[in-house]
Design a protein around this ligand. Structure first.
Ligand code: HEC
Length: 164
C-alpha cells in the first residue's frame, strides 16, 4: 500500500514537472493585469483606459490648487510657485490625453495667464501675490465655462480667498 502511494506520488510529481512550461514561457502573477496581456495593442488599450481622460489630471490640479492657495495665505511663495509649475505640467499632460481640450487650455490658461501668475507669485510681494491669485482663480474658472463644465466652479475651492 505504502509503495503504491509512493509510486503514485512520484508519477504525479513527474506529471507536474512535465507540464511546467519551459524557461521561455513568461510567468505572470494574477496581479500582472498588464504584463499578462499578449497583444501589445490590447495592452496599450488597457493602459489607456486606466490612465483616464481629463478628470484625473483635474483632480490633481484641484488638490495642487488647494495647496497653492494655502501656501499663498501663509506667505510660502516657494511652495505656491512649485504648485503653480506642477499645475502647468498636469494640464499639459491632460491635453495630451484629451486634445479636444487643448485649444481652451492654451487660450485661456497656458498661453494667457499662467506666466503672469507665476511672475506675481515669484515676486514674493504680498500685494502682487494677491493679484496673481485672483488672476489664477478667474482663469481656471474661465476654462470651465469655455469647456461647458461651469458647475465645477460652484465649490469652496474657488470661493475662499487665501488672504483675509
Ligand atoms: C481646458 C480648460 C481647463 C483649465 C485651464 C482648467 N480646467 Fe479644471 N476642468 C476642466 C474640465 C473640462 C473639467 C471636467 C473634466 C471631465 O469632465 O472629465 C474640469 C474639472 C475640474 C475639477 C473637478 C475634478 C473632479 O473630477 O473632481 C476641478 C477641481 C478643477 N477642474 C480644477 C481646476 C483648477 C483649480 C484649475 C486652474 C488651476 C483648472 N481646473 C483649470 C477644464 C479646465
Amino acid at each position: 500500500m505504502k509503495i503504491q502511494m509512493a509510486v503514485g506520488l512520484a508519477v504525479a510529481a513527474v506529471a507536474i514537472i512535465a507540464a511546467a512550461p519551459g524557461d521561455d514561457t513568461p510567468q505572470f502573477s494574477p496581479n500582472d493585469w498588464l504584463l499578462s496581456v499578449p497583444d501589445p495593442d490590447d495592452r496599450a488599450r488597457l493602459l489607456q483606459k486606466q490612465m483616464r481622460g481629463f478628470d484625473q489630471p483635474m483632480l490633481e490640479v484641484g488638490e495642487r490648487y488647494r495647496s497653492f492657495k494655502e501656501a499663498l495665505g501663509r506667505g510660502n511663495y516657494d511652495l505656491a510657485a512649485y504648485q503653480w509649475r506642477k499645475i502647468r505640467v498636469t494640464i499639459e499632460n491632460g491635453i495630451e490625453k484629451r486634445p479636444g481640450r487643448a485649444e481652451n487650455a492654451r487660450q485661456v490658461f497656458l498661453d494667457a495667464t499662467w506666466d503672469e501668475v507665476r511672475t506675481g507669485v515669484e515676486s514674493s510681494d504680498p500685494v502682487k501675490a494677491v493679484a496673481a491669485y485672483e488672476l489664477a482663480n478667474s482663469s481656471c474658472q474661465a476654462c470651465h465655462v469655455a469647456e461647458q463644465v461651469d458647475y465645477v466652479n460652484a465649490q469652496v475651492l474657488f470661493e475662499t480667498p487665501p488672504f483675509k
